[in-house]
Design a protein around this ligand. Structure first.
Ligand SMILES: *[C@@H]1O[C@H](CO)[C@@H](O)[C@H](O)[C@H]1NC(C)=O
Length: 463
């Protein structure tokens, strides 16, 4: 009797500690929009992160591989050392898309459309960190961040002369791979293509092409972080994301570079959605995604255009403010995600980490990738889950139970208070998607130890 009571108590504690949330720790200003900028930048950490300089790809212009505004594309490379010197990690930068002439023209005046505006140095954190204690499996690899300046997940190939727009994502991808091969990647004995958000979608689209760069003897895998963009119905019954993707695909002629295995039975826009691609990727692929992806909640499911009266504003900005029917809407979304990856997860070479968090991009931030309190599934943080899968130490197919059962989440909370954003002034950063983002975290404190017990006891109480 006492044992059962104790288990009940623990179960209850798990439940409650999952709901209680939020002491905001950090505020970053960001134009979320289809530019979703600083969502991925890391919170200040005690250790100074490694800063890595930008290299422009000099040979790219002659190949027509240029950013939206015609400037050279670029990347940041930190060379590997010791046992990692023949291993290569390529991280494709994310940052939304542009789907109209107007917002592509605006993008030319940002770092997402022109190397003139790119940071000359970027911090290498999370999966890019050079410290074993922050990045246990990849810290001494050659690590590359390829900058994103085409607006179509490195996959478009067209132009608009009237607006002086270059849509050369596919050419940028190819020119970058050629450059890195010449810098030693052709001798790689193992390689991982990763990317987050729009870069996570790109890592799915380019995964098999990446594998084909190497001989069969090279161990090649791909990681898509927050790239599982779902063709979902929004809160007003519309198809916000599909409409936007449709613009990206037609404007930038993305269909030229999408797989025929999809195009032979679906329209090009559908073939830009990972749900129609992942099962046919031949190379081992790991999908890391929050089940309630914060960007999709904000920009695809409940964007202002689908919620003109702002009924979702509170809930969207902080999931703790959602009522039961709103939570149910998110649960349906989670179910659609799980449905979309059913065939994919049947393949033993693939990996999964789908945690029930309101997060976005968990591999680039140190706090979510590998830290004392980083998110866990089956008691394992993301860095070790990805490492175990890459090195075949253990199969990893981790799917969280539904919200609110996970109290290890680092949730992103949005603040819609437009007065907090001083930077929104371009056509793409106006009212619709300008938000300040607050980083918050579910309260864990003393619940940590209870949580550990819960991991072991929940299956017993549920079965
Ligand atoms: C939850 O909020 C939405 C939006 O305000 C509203 O339409 C719905 O009726 C509410 N549901 C419940 C169960 O209160």
């Amino acid at each position: 009797m006492k044992l059962i009571f104790a288990i009940r108590l623990l179960y209850y504690s798990c439940f409650v500690s999952g709901i209680v949330s939020s002491g905001s720790e950090r505020r970053t200003q960001t134009v979320l929009s289809y530019l979703e900028n600083d969502v991925v930048s890391s919170p200040p950490s005690s250790a100074k992160p490694l800063m890595v300089g930008l290299t422009l790809i000099q040979g790219a212009a002659s190949k027509g591989a240029v950013c939206l505004d015609g400037t050279l594309p670029g990347y940041h490379l930190h060379p590997g050392s010791g046992s990692g010197s023949s291993s290569w990690l390529i991280q494709l930068e994310g940052g939304g898309w542009c789907n109209t002439i107007r917002n592509c023209v605006y993008r030319k005046t940002t770092r997402r459309g022109s190397s003139n505006y790119m940071e000359k140095q970027l911090p290498f954190t999370g999966i890019l960190s050079n410290k074993a204690e922050e990045n246990p499996d990849f810290f001494n690899w050659n690590r590359v961040k390829l900058r994103y300046c085409d607006g179509a997940s490195f996959s478009g190939d067209s132009q608009n002369e009237a607006a002086q727009l270059n849509f050369r994502g596919q050419k940028i991808w190819l020119a970058a791979m050629e450059e890195l091969m010449s810098k030693g990647m052709k001798k790689a004995n193992q390689a991982l293509l990763s990317g987050c958000s729009a870069g996570g979608l790109a890592s799915i689209i380019h995964c098999d092409e990446f594998q084909e760069l190497f001989p069969q003897s090279t161990k090649v895998k791909c990681l898509s972080d927050a790239g599982l963009f779902l063709d979902a119905v929004d809160v007003s019954g519309g198809h916000t994301l599909r409409n936007m993707f449709g613009g990206v695909v037609s404007l930038q002629e993305v269909q030229k570079n999408l797989p025929s295995t999809c195009l032979n039975h679906l329209d090009p826009t559908s073939c830009f959605f990972p749900q129609n691609l992942v099962a046919n990727v031949k190379t081992p692929l790991f999908l890391l995604n929050a089940a309630y992806d914060a960007w999709q909640v904000q920009a695809s499911l409940a964007p202002p255009s689908a919620d003109p009266n702002g009924l979702w504003s509170d809930c969207k900005s902080n999931h703790a403010h959602c009522n039961s029917s709103q939570i149910q809407f998110f649960q349906d979304f989670r179910n659609q995600i799980l449905n979309a990856i059913k065939d994919f997860s049947g393949s033993s070479q693939n990996g999964l980490f789908i945690n029930s968090c309101f997060a976005h991009c968990q591999s680039e931030r140190q706090d979510t990738w590998f830290a004392d309190d980083s998110p866990l599934l089956r008691n394992k943080p993301i860095a070790l889950s990805v490492g175990d899968w890459f090195f075949d130490r253990e199969g990893v197919k981790a799917i969280d139970c539904a919200y609110p059962c996970d109290n290890t989440c680092h949730n992103l909370v949005l603040n819609d208070d437009s007065s907090a954003t001083g930077s929104g002034s371009g056509p793409d950063s106006g009212s619709e998607f300008t938000s300040a983002m607050i980083y918050s975290q579910s309260i864990r404190l003393t619940f940590t130890h209870i949580y550990m017990l819960c991991i072991f006891l929940l299956p017993i109480t549920c079965s």
